[in-house]
Design a protein around this ligand. Structure first.
Ligand code: SAH
Ligand code: SF4
Ligand code: F3S
Length: 456
């Protein structure tokens, strides 16, 4: 960890008060959580925050590398910021996040985007004050993508919500699914110490947070990197967090199906604070595609896990991620994915067209499937899922759900939206003062993306 307190003080005195920062995160919840830590550092340096990049004195783009579209978006935005910089030469522009960990991207930024002053790696957040000082002292472009942050300790954060908090429990990934860039940009698995996680959650609960989202690329392998007898498993961590005093719900993601054990499922059912929902990314319903993806489970093994969950609660809510058009996916293999979603009856799926990531194994796989065909499969998948959720959401009608109200409905004036314990979106008439608290909502109607109801 960099001791940056002297640098922070120097920036405070150099920059004075009233300076504004614009921080935008593009990736997963872990990336958003890093964005909150970057904001924490900027706050310590005396910055306020704005959502308008035109008003900003410093802009940090916290990037994602998981799909090409995410990277293209960032390059588009960085390109358009050239103008902002011409209008305001003192503007400082930084690029952070997973894109910076790919050397060809870091070089491209340096070579083609002179408006960028700072490049900040995902394990070097504490270097930000030093990099900023370099720029303020006129030393030019400044980059640090080393790995030295103490990842276990809680950092100062400016959280996006006052009632929902993300708590990373581990960083990195060891799985090397053949399509995925994450292990290359996030490094190997590192678990935070249980006592650091528990004291952070205890503080959040005391501060009135109502949803605690535990984060990791595969939370099921939490603790595997501790020495023998030193660590605890993820199910045990859930149980200990469940024992923390306070009225909050525990969620987590993502859970790799190869490691989704009975102990995990039993912990979900035993712990009253654990959400009765599991995000279990299947990626494909074809065992052959799963083998080419290096997912290390078969469709049959995945179904055994689902069957165990549903034997304990037939209505249990499951969601998933699916990749459409993996290299050389046949029509038949795609059909197996459709069969899978019909069998499992997910409440929601997050589906992505395969995106080739240079450096991954699948980037070298032959792919004869056309882009048009991939788009057609995607439309078909979404169509089938729409029918499933329309039908499946009806099971909630007449039931009372415990809902955390989290905002006003954009479509219906006078309505609030919230998320139920089962991770279903619920819309109901209610006063804005309820936002950030739990309500019991009796469900009166259902759609394919949400249910509606009334507070009881
Ligand atoms: N660690 C999580 C996944 C994080 S990435 C897990 O294993 O479940 C989130 C999702 O992005 C993945 O589940 C996958 O569906 C999708 N994804 C990852 N790499 C991709 C790629 N190259 N092309 C398309 N989708 C991809
Ligand atoms: Fe990527 Fe697989 Fe790791 Fe998830 S488990 S982050 S998909 S390599
Ligand atoms: Fe993207 Fe990095 Fe998350 S690649 S999905 S922001 S870990």
């Amino acid at each position: 960890m960099k001791d940056n307190s002297a640098q922070i003080d120097e920036i405070r005195s150099l920059m004075g008060s009233g300076r504004l920062a614009y921080v935008r995160s593009f990736g997963c919840q872990l990336n958003v959580s890093d964005g909150e830590k970057i904001k924490g550092l900027l706050m310590q340096m005396g910055f306020g925050f704005t959502d308008d990049e035109h008003k900003a004195d410093i802009i940090i783009l916290n990037t994602c590398a998981v799909r090409e579209s995410a990277e293209d978006r960032v390059f588009g935005i960085v390109g358009s910021m050239k103008k902002l910089k011409e209008q305001k030469p003192s503007l400082i522009i930084g690029v952070a996040g997973c894109m910076t960990a790919q050397s060809h991207i870091a070089e491209k930024i340096k070579r083609s985007y002179p408006q960028v002053d700072i490049v900040l790696g995902t394990s070097a957040l504490s270097a930000l004050p030093g990099l900023l000082l370099d720029v303020l002292h006129g030393r030019g472009f400044s980059a640090d993508i080393s790995e030295y942050d103490d990842f276990s300790q809680a950092a100062v954060q400016v959280r996006e919500s006052s009632f929902k908090a993300s708590v990373p429990i581990m960083f990195g990934c060891n799985n090397f699914c053949t399509y995925c860039i994450v292990p290359y940009v996030r490094g190997r698995e590192r678990s935070r110490r249980p006592e650091d996680i528990i004291s952070e959650v205890r503080q959040l609960a005391a501060d009135g947070y109502k949803e605690i989202m535990l984060l990791g690329q595969n939370v099921n392998s939490y603790g595997n990197d501790f020495g023998d007898g030193e660590g605890i498993s993820f199910p045990e961590l859930i149980r200990r967090i469940n024992d923390i005093e306070g009225d909050f719900i525990i969620r987590f993601m993502s859970s790799h199906p190869k490691d989704a054990s009975r102990e995990l499922i039993d912990a979900i059912f035993d712990c009253e604070k654990a959400a009765k929902h599991l995000h279990l990314p299947v990626q494909s319903g074809s065992s052959e595609v799963l083998r080419r993806m290096n997912r290390r489970y078969t469709a049959e093994r995945y179904m055994e896990t689902v069957d165990y969950i549903r034997s304990r609660d037939p209505d249990f809510s499951l969601t998933t991620d699916i990749i459409v058009g993996f290299p050389n996916e046949t029509e038949e293999e795609f059909g197996e994915t459709l069969d899978m979603i019909k069998k499992v009856k997910y409440d929601n799926i997050y589906s992505f067209i395969y995106s080739k990531r240079s450096g991954t194994r699948a980037a070298g796989f032959e792919d004869a499937v056309s882009d048009e065909e991939k788009s057609r499969r995607m439309r078909r998948l979404l169509e089938v899922q729409r029918e499933i959720s329309t039908e499946h959401y009806k099971r909630f009608v007449g039931r009372t759900l415990r809902v955390l109200a989290d905002g006003v409905s954009r479509k219906r004036p006078g309505y609030l939206t919230g998320k139920s314990n089962e991770a279903i979106i619920v819309e109901f008439p209610g006063n804005e003062e309820l936002i950030g608290s739990f309500a019991g909502v009796r469900v009166t109607g259902s759609m394919n993306w949400a249910v509606t109801g009334e507070i009881i």
